[in-house]
Write a protein that binds this ligand. Structure first.
Ligand SMILES: Cc1cc2nc3c(=O)[nH]c(=O)nc-3n(C[C@H](O)[C@H](O)[C@H](O)COP(=O)(O)OP(=O)(O)OC[C@H]3O[C@@H](n4cnc5c(N)ncnc54)[C@H](O)[C@@H]3O)c2cc1C
Length: 267
């Protein structure tokens, strides 16, 4: 099915600012399966500093079509979009860094793999994000490769003295990397190879084997959507952690294209 959608007619709801035009300023292969792309341009000067783990919408030029304005009010059609993490925003330079997992066939993944300096993009947002709760003393972060940029932002936002434990599932040891240049962390790395485990399965097993945590522990979980639900269930039903202390989010879903960006796993 085509991803082009008719732009919804504006109603009396809050009007979001139109997406901002950006161009690719730098492309860096961070690991064999992660591409870091720096977007810049004068319109990014008004981008709001994102909250930890916030998201942006990348709007792609439809193949073979002229670039739309990105304004759903003006455009007859809305270009296809994907959700990503604004890993770093440099207000002085008006630049945003995004780290793309190169997972194979996918609009965004394929675009990132072939991106070049000068390529264009429309960027909507930022929105959402996770503020560490007041008085937090320990945060357990459970993430797959798609959520490592957000995990890094959240680590950087933790209050002084807050401990953290981080479980990260990636394809193989070549994908392990520091989550933050400024905050030291020693994630437990979980590799899908050599057993070629489906995404999430080994992460779920690691959560089930989690050691007891001190009081005032909170959880931030982001990964494949079905795994996210099983992890939430394990934390609550098997390990007895309080539901209200667990923030979960499905970042993508196996077999689904353009998975919705608001799956918090509450159902
Ligand atoms: C709040 C939020 C923040 C996110 N931040 C990031 C980020 O910073 N970096 C990042 O890489 N991703 C991030 N994601 C995930 C990203 O939005 C999805 O992976 C998205 O589906 C990628 O789009 P695509 O066009 O490449 O693939 P799609 O066209 O959406 O999907 C094509 C196929 O690829 C599969 N697929 C999609 N993603 C993955 C994956 N990661 N691994 C394996 N298979 C996959 C789908 O199941 C589908 O079968 C974020 C998601 C959310 C909700």
């Amino acid at each position: 099915m085509s991803e082009m959608q008719q732009a919804p007619a504006p109603r009396g709801k809050k009007v979001r600012p139109p997406p901002r035009a950006a161009i690719v300023r730098a492309v860096e292969r961070v690991t064999p399966e992660v591409m870091r792309i720096t977007f810049g341009g004068p319109e990014l000067a008004t981008f709001q500093p994102p909250r930890p783990g916030a998201h942006i919408k990348l709007l792609f030029a439809p193949p073979g079509q002229t670039w739309p304005t990105g304004d759903p009010v003006k455009d007859a059609v809305r270009p296809p979009s994907r959700t990503y993490t604004p890993r770093r925003f440099n207000a002085e330079k008006a630049e945003i860094e995004v780290e793309f997992v190169l997972h194979g066939a996918g609009l965004a993944s394929s675009w990132a793999e072939g991106a070049r300096v000068g390529d264009r993009m429309l960027i909507g947002g930022p929105g959402g994000g996770y503020e560490p709760p007041e008085g937090i003393e320990n945060l357990v972060i459970i993430a797959d490769d798609s959520a490592l940029p957000a995990a890094g932002m959240i680590l950087e936002a933790l209050p002084r003295g807050c401990a953290s434990r981080v479980l990260c599932e990636v394809a193989n040891p070549g994908e392990a990397r520091p989550l933050s240049p400024s905050v030291a962390s020693q994630p437990v790395w979980i590799y899908r190879t050599p057993v070629n485990a489906p995404p999430g399965v080994l992460l779920e097993a690691a959560v089930a084997a989690l050691a007891p945590q001190p009081p005032n522990t909170w959880f931030w979980v982001a990964c494949e959507a079905a795994s996210m639900r099983r992890i939430r269930e394990t934390l609550v039903s098997q390990l007895g952690f309080e539901r209200s202390r667990i923030h979960t989010r499905g970042y993508w879903k196996a077999g689904d294209t353009n998975y919705p960006d608001h799956d918090y796993g509450a159902d």
